[in-house]
Design a protein around this ligand. Structure first.
Ligand SMILES: *Cc1c(COP(=O)(O)O)cnc(C)c1O
Length: 402
């Protein structure tokens, strides 16, 4: 692989922020970075992005990993993965615009939103992204006029009620209607390249993956009888990470998936769309105490980050992040961490035991790279956290100051 061709130009003009071997998530690094950049801070570590990508790639040999931008659509993550040889999964015009700005080759991208406006299709096609996802006849018909320059995957729904975010309720068709869609596509002379599914985010176990792969293997056979030559199976995202609760190690998680994939014809290209697994461990949130009050026997600490900011994932993603205060160990008290806004829902955790904190003390949230900063708002005009991306001690920027 000609790595240098894929790599963006290195940010050689950026001075070293930390020693190259220093972990940016270590307490001394965090203290130093806050002294330089202030709080709240959202720190992305490119080395951890790389580590996650390589670990998943090793657990799924032969599977082309398309990073789903949605959980952390940041240039540092995209540039780092692109240098690793990754592919990308886009769903919106904003995401197309981001990869365009970073000059990611369109051939490395697919567009996977099952419901699109004509203008969304045209925006993706204009950049050269020509593989899309559909899950119903009306969406299929939208491609009649683009049939000479696009190809499609049919998204099938296999729901895992135990996944933290079940994505099969809103999108995907029942396996039973797939042959009908293949037939309609043949009548409309639209090319169907294969099938896709998403078992749900933060999947509890690999069983649904294996079941969905087996079911898709059967559906591909039916498609071949209907005159199609589907060559792609897209097994989606959903690969889990550790939060307060540990998840299965990814090697173990992927073993039954690898076994199920062995039943596919060897010519089949298999792709996956990991989001959370790549980005979640690669970023931390750093907040500081703005003020405190003793209420009902508990210390309430008001931070400059909360549920309307980087901790938004506690609402939308149903996540509970490991949090810790960057202070010396000592006697602890029942404590509450609250966000800065005037809304009473804006409480991060009410049941903590923490040493007594002072104004300015730092609170770290870990495993916060996915569905956190990405869904933060500026409610009450508290600005979103400053994002700082580091790679080997050096700050990564994309040339536009971001
Ligand atoms: C959100 C999403 C992903 C990423 O899912 P994770 O659970 O974060 O891995 C992949 N594909 C599609 C279509 C998505 O909507």
């Amino acid at each position: 692989m000609a790595k240098t061709l894929l790599s963006p130009s290195p940010a050689i003009d950026e001075p070293l922020e930390l020693d190259p071997g220093q972990d940016p998530f270590a307490p001394q690094s965090i203290q130093y970075l806050v002294s330089r950049y202030g709080s709240p801070l959202f720190i992305i570590d490119a080395e951890r992005v790389r580590r996650q990508y390589r670990r998943l790639a090793a657990a799924l040999p032969g599977v082309d990993l398309h990073y789903a931008l949605k959980p952390l659509p940041h240039s540092a993550v995209i540039n780092t993965l692109r240098a690793e040889g990754a592919f990308f999964d886009l769903a919106t015009n904003g995401e197309v615009e981001l990869v365009r700005r970073l000059k990611v080759p369109a051939e490395r991208c697919i567009h996977t939103h099952p419901i699109k406006r004509d203008s969304d299709i045209r925006t993706a096609l204009a950049y050269g992204v020509d593989r899309f996802v559909i899950d119903n006849p009306d969406e299929l018909r939208k491609f009649v006029k683009y049939r000479n320059r696009s190809s499609l995957l049919i998204r099938v729904s296999f729901s895992s009620p135990e996944a933290r975010c079940d994505l099969s309720r809103k999108f995907g068709c029942e396996p039973e209607v797939v042959p009908g869609l293949f037939k309609l596509a043949a009548d409309l002379r639209i090319k169907i390249d294969g099938l896709s599914f998403h078992v749900g985010s933060q999947a509890a176990g690999p069983a649904m993956f294996a079941e969905a792969i087996a079911r898709c293997t059967d559906l591909m056979r039916v498609a071949a009888q209907l005159g199609h030559a589907p060559g792609i199976l897209d097994i989606g995202g959903g690969f889990p990470v550790d939060y307060l609760q540990r998840s299965m190690p990814i090697e173990e998680f992927c073993a039954p998936i690898r076994a199920a994939l062995k039943e596919l014809p060897s010519t089949m290209r298999v792709i996956a769309e990991p989001g959370r697994y790549i980005s979640a461990p690669a970023a931390i949130s750093v907040a500081s105490v703005m003020g405190r009050a003793l209420r009902g026997g508990r210390w309430w600490y008001y931070l400059d980050e909360g549920l309307y900011g980087s901790y938004s994932g506690q609402v939308y993603d149903h996540a509970t992040y490991p949090v810790e205060a960057l202070v010396p160990a000592g006697k602890t008290y029942p404590s509450v961490l609250a966000g800065p806004t005037c809304d009473s829902i804006d409480v991060i955790n009410e049941h903590l035991e923490l040493p007594k904190l002072d104004v300015g003390d730092l609170v770290i949230g870990r495993q916060m790279g996915a569905y956190s900063w990405a869904s933060a708002s500026e409610f009450n005009f508290f600005p979103r956290a400053t994002v700082l991306a580091l790679d080997g001690g050096r700050r990564l920027t994309d040339g536009s100051g971001r």
